[in-house]
Structure formats: structure tokens, C-alpha cells
Design a protein around this ligand. Structure first.
Ligand code: NAD
Length: 382
């Protein structure tokens, strides 16, 4: 991982003793002021979690539609309602903004906020194009502010467990990853099924794969049996380093809902079934060991193949809301002056793969390399 070197000259006025690594609230300082921009479908979830966090003081909710913002904060609330982003960004009691507006507005709003000296949390996807996303990452670096993306799944206990299991070598070398995210979904007016659903799988892969999601090529095929003018069912393959492959299936047309990822490793295979709360993750000491490599038909018979049929382990996972952990991570990254778990570069890598998916679809599934911008370093924020 390449880290840009920046000398920090900026110390947040609300942050005392950031060297301790404790969260903002732990340090006995006043919480950071935050405003949520966008009070549509997803914004209220951010509002609820900022309100419930000891690290944050929710100062205002901003939406072009004033009544929508009022409904979200409810009656008798001290949280203010704002309809102008310009006025919002002039306030000194707001240290950070969380942007939950449509994707095409993310870059202009985030750039405006960074320019005003605010830390920025952006809903996925980071922007609508890799170029716009790269401009956001650069602007955050220049402004020495935290730019974070809400890759919500990366804050679930299950994905945290998977990340740790891979990092600790529990699975051994990764041989393959199969991710299935299918159900009867809403056919979106502006994006295909890849842009709607695959950001979840890709952001998870970016977090759990050592070194992040950096496939050399992406191949995607899709089908549009309804004549919706866009892929409603799609398959995406990415060769991974060391001969492994990651495969993602996203589908709006399936009558059954499946949220499953299988990660085959040389030591263990991990199965994550997100719709099974009693057994979200199982670790299988089962697999195929190939002791000798066969190079022709005759030798193949002599190849030693053995099947491991060991135990299945079901780890106990805590139940907690991912968005609660996400807003805490945002505050901690600001306080500790470090990149958050899901920083702007993570958002850029995911977006770049999505862009390559579109390129591959328009070339009949041919492998397409993601843009090189994502292969350069990580954000080092203030
Ligand atoms: N993390 C997740 O799992 C998750 C889930 C759903 C949606 N999202 C993301 O959240 C974002 C918002 O999606 P949504 O479904 O809530 O959209 P939405 O259309 O329901 O709401 C968007 C709101 O933003 C407001 N708005 C638009 N431009 C604005 C501006 N310039 N200033 C102030 N307000 C403005 C609109 O009036 C609207 O109320 C999208 O990026 C989406 O991808 C993330």
C-alpha cells in the first residue's frame, strides 16, 4: 500500500489528546458537529445513528425539500432544518457532513464541503464516474480532511469476522470466491443491476482481500429478458492474484432471496449466509487436497487426491447495527487523524471496477482493466 506523505499542520479544535487513539467521546471532549444532507430513503438511517452516537452532535438535516427534512427530525427536535447547502457549510458548529443524495450530486457536494473545511462521509457509490471520485480523493488529501464512504456491509460483525479470518490465515490461500445477491428487486430507472447491487459485494471484497480489490481485469455478462433496456441479471468474474477467481452474481428477477458468499481457502472454506442469523458464518474444514499435479491423462490417474472431511465450526457473532459502528469509525478517524476503514480510495477502487463492468458489458463480456487511478495510494487524511 502506498501512503502519501503529509505533514499534519491541522489539529481539530474539538480534539484534545488525539494521540491516545481513544474515540472522541472517550476523550471527554465535546462531540463533533455533523449535518446530514439528503433526507430521502437512506438519509434517515444516518440521522438515527448520528443521533444515537455519543461521538456526534447532529446539528442539522439539509434537504432541498424542507418538509421531508422536518419529517425526519420529528416534532420538538432541537436539530435544525436547512435547505441551502451553502448556508449549511458556512456554520462553524458543523465539523462534518454526511451526504445521502443521488450519486450524480455526490462529487459537487463533497468538493464544496471539503473546500469549506468539513470532513465528509459519502453514501455509496462515491460518485457517478471514476474521474469525479478521483477528484474527491485528491481534494480530501489536499484539504487534509477525512473522506469516508459508507460501505455499510464492512461494518457488520460478519464481514469483520471474515476480514480477520483471512488476515489471520485461518482460511489459508484464497482459491475462489463466489458471491450471490439475488432477489425480486426494483428495476431501477437510472442504473443496471450491477450498479445497484454489486457495490455491496465489491466493497466487501475490497475490505476482506489483503491489499484491497485490485483485479487486473473484469469480465461481465448480463441479460435483459424483460426488455428493460439494461441488465437485470448479471455475472461478473475477476481473476485474483495467485490463480484464484472471484465471481459475483446479481439478479433482480429471482423469486428467492439469496445473500451468500463462499470463500474457498487452502485450509478452510468459509460460508457466509447473511439471511441465516443463527448461523451466518460457518467454517468448513472440508476440501480437496491435490498432493501431486497430473500433467497428462496417464499421470492424472496417479495423482493423489484426498478429501478432507473435518468439522464445521459456527462462530458466535455479536448482533449490532452496522451504521452505528460506521459513524463511530468516522469520528475516530477524524480524532486519530487517520484514514477510515472505508476511505475515499476504497470507494474509488469499487467505482473503477463498476466502470470496467460497464466497459466489459458493452464489449460482449471481454475482459476490461479497471482504470489505473485506483491502483495508486490511499488517502491519508487530517
Ligand atoms: N449504504 C446503503 O446500503 C444504501 C442504501 C440505499 C441507498 N444508499 C445511497 O444513499 C444515497 C441516497 O439514496 P436514496 O435512496 O436515499 O435517495 P432519495 O432519492 O430517496 O433521497 C435523496 C434526497 O436527497 C435530496 N437532495 C438531492 N439533491 C440535494 C441537494 N443538492 N441538497 C440537499 N438535498 C438534496 C432529495 O431531495 C432527496 O430527499 C444514494 O447514493 C444511494 O446509493 C445507500
Amino acid at each position: 500500500m502506498v501512503l502519501a506523505s503529509i505533514t499534519f499542520s491541522y489539529i481539530h479544535p474539538n480534539i484534545v489528546g488525539w494521540e491516545t487513539g481513544l474515540s472522541v467521546s472517550d476523550q471527554g471532549t465535546r462531540p463533533l458537529g455533523v449535518a446530514v444532507i439528503g433526507a430521502g430513503y437512506w438519509g434517515p438511517n444516518l440521522v438515527r445513528n448520528f443521533r444515537g452516537s455519543g461521538s456526534w452532535d447532529l446539528v442539522a438535516v439539509c434537504d432541498l425539500d424542507e418538509q421531508r427534512a422536518r419529517r425526519v427530525i420529528g416534532a420538538r427536535s432541537t436539530v435544525e432544518v436547512e435547505t441551502s447547502v451553502e448556508r449549511l457549510l458556512e456554520r462553524n458548529d458543523i465539523d462534518a457532513v454526511a451526504i445521502a443524495t443521488p450519486a450524480r450530486t455526490h462529487a459537487p457536494l463533497a468538493l464544496q464541503a471539503l473546500d469549506a473545511g468539513k470532513h465528509v462521509l459519502v453514501e455509496k457509490p462515491l460518485a457517478d464516474t471514476p474521474d469525479a471520485a478521483a477528484a474527491m480523493v485528491d481534494a480530501a488529501r489536499d484539504a487534509e480532511r477525512v473522506l469516508m464512504i459508507d460501505h455499510t456491509y464492512c461494518y457488520t460483525p460478519a464481514v469483520q469476522y471474515i476480514h480477520d479470518a483471512i488476515a489471520d490465515g485461518v482460511l489459508g490461500d484464497i482459491l475462489y470466491i463466489d458471491s450471490v445477491r439475488i432477489n425480486l428487486g426494483l428495476v431501477q430507472p437510472d442504473v443496471d443491476v450491477f450498479w445497484d447491487l454489486a457495490p455491496h459485494d465489491l466493497s466487501i471484497l475490497d475490505y476482506i482481500l489483503p491489499g484491497g480489490l485490485r483485479p487486473e481485469t473484469v469480465s461481465a455478462t448480463g441479460s435483459d429478458p424483460l426488455g428493460a433496456g439494461k441488465a437485470c441479471n448479471g455475472y461478473l468474474s475477476m481473476p485474483l492474484p495467485g490463480g484464484a477467481i472471484a465471481h459475483v452474481n446479481v439478479n433482480w428477477l429471482s423469486p428467492t432471496k439469496i445473500r451468500q458468499m463462499v470463500i474457498g481457502g487452502s485450509r478452510r472454506t468459509l460460508v457466509w449466509d447473511d439471511l441465516n442469523p443463527a448461523q451466518r458464518i460457518s467454517l468448513h474444514d472440508r476440501g480437496v487436497d491435490l498432493a501431486t499435479q497430473a500433467d497428462d491423462a496417464q499421470n492424472r490417474r496417479a495423482a493423489t487426491v484426498s478429501y478432507r472431511l473435518g468439522d464445521v465450526q459456527i462462530p458466535a457473532l455479536p448482533e449490532r447495527e452496522a451504521l452505528g459502528s460506521m459513524v463511530t469509525e468516522f469520528a475516530s478517524a477524524i480524532a486519530e487523524r487517520r484514514a477510515p476503514r472505508t476511505d475515499g480510495s476504497a470507494g474509488l477502487r469499487v467505482l473503477s471496477v463498476l466502470d470496467a463492468v460497464s466497459g466489459s458489458l458493452s464489449h460482449g463480456g471481454a475482459p476490461v482493466a479497471p482504470t489505473s487511478t485506483v491502483l495508486t495510494g490511499d488517502v491519508v487524511p487530517a
